[in-house]
Design a protein around this ligand. Structure first.
Ligand code: C2E
Ligand code: MG
Ligand code: MG
Ligand code: MG
Length: 293
């Protein structure tokens, strides 16, 4: 409350900020209601092997369709949920939905169903005891084993704190795997890759976008892959939109990729159909001529 009043004081000085604050407070109230009514939903984006272009995994992404405003981006509502103390509730709903959907695919697909699903975690969810309990409950209710879950975390300065490390260790002990998301942005550094209990590094979209024809960005990606290889970490490139990017990443030894070139985030039903088609498709053409999904 003190924080909220503190923010509110700016309105006297700046009408634009006043408008902005009101917008955020309205969204916060609406998000609280949407969570109570479980109106958020989850879409899934495929991850493919960069050599074979076969699907190897998927990421769950939260979506909110506001009744008046239409779709609101997670880039907007996740920070609001964090500030409003709603992120654990949001995270738990996404986790449960993702686990339930994966379990359903594993029951219904003939063969080669996805083995695991990746779910994003906010730094504010890394509470000792609480997160591990929520994860166990979601796994237990869906009947999945811990190996079916990959949790994505973004490195922040705070990540270097003791308690965050403790929570990550708890998850690893359970058998859940961890990926470092958005690598190359924020505070992430090559030197930190052996400090976190991760098994995957996801190279941020901004990196991938700047890479083609840019020797410096290419060198950064190349070093990341080399360091990751030395540590036996899997590298997934994010935001791959063009054949040129996919080819360049494959040439650098990057293992897997995610992006509009291969598949957009899709509803659970669309994803199951996409997966079944692409999983069984025998690749007869070189990667460069495969159509975008
Ligand atoms: P992220 O985890 O790095 O997810 C990848 C984002 O890149 C997604 O944005 C995805 O739609 C987008 N993307 C994938 N391929 C492409 C591409 O080829 N081109 C472009 N331009 N974009 C691509 P989205 O779904 O808007 O999510 C944004 C961020 O919000 C996520 O980034 C993640 O940090 C956060 N987020 C999403 N869902 C959740 C959630 O359930 N919990 C938490 N804590 N954060 C979430
Ligand atoms: Mg992610
Ligand atoms: Mg990312
Ligand atoms: Mg992100």
């Amino acid at each position: 409350e003190a924080k909220r009043r503190g923010r509110g004081r700016y309105e006297v000085f700046d009408p634009e900020m006043h408008r902005r604050i009101r917008h955020v407070l309205e969204l916060e109230a609406d998000l609280r209601l949407a969570l109570q009514q479980e109106q958020l939903y989850v879409v899934y984006q495929p991850i493919v092997d960069l050599v074979t272009h076969q699907p190897v995994g998927l990421e769950a992404l939260a979506r909110w369709h506001h009744p008046q405003r239409g779709p609101v981006s997670p880039a907007e509502f996740v920070p609001i949920a964090e500030e409003a103390g709603l992120i654990e509730q949001l995270g738990e709903q996404v986790l449960r939905r993702a686990c339930a959907d994966l379990a359903a695919w594993q029951r219904t697909m003939d063969a080669g169903a996805p083995e695991s699903v990746a779910v994003n975690l906010s730094r504010a969810q890394l509470r000792p005891g609480h997160l591990a309990a929520a994860v166990s409950a979601a796994l237990q209710d869906s009947g999945l084993g811990a190996q079916a879950l990959r949790l994505e975390i973004t490195e922040t300065l705070a990540m270097q704190g003791e308690s965050a490390h403790g929570v990550l260790a708890e998850l690893r002990e359970m058998g859940v795997s961890l990926a470092l998301d958005d690598f190359g942005t924020g505070y992430s550094s090559l030197a930190s890759l052996d400090q976190l209990p991760i098994d995957t590094v996801k190279i941020d979209r901004a990196f991938v976008a700047k890479m083609v024809h840019n020797p410096y960005q290419t060198a950064l990606v190349k070093s990341t892959v080399q360091v990751a290889d030395a540590l036996a970490l899997r590298v997934v490139a994010e935001g791959v939109e063009t054949e040129a990017q996919a080819d360049a990443l494959a040439a650098l030894g990057c293992h897997a990729a995610q992006g509009y070139l291969f598949g957009r985030p899709m509803s659970a039903a669309d994803f199951a159909a996409w997966w079944t088609t692409h999983q069984s498709a025998v690749r007869t053409r070189p990667a460069a001529s495969l159509p975008a999904a």
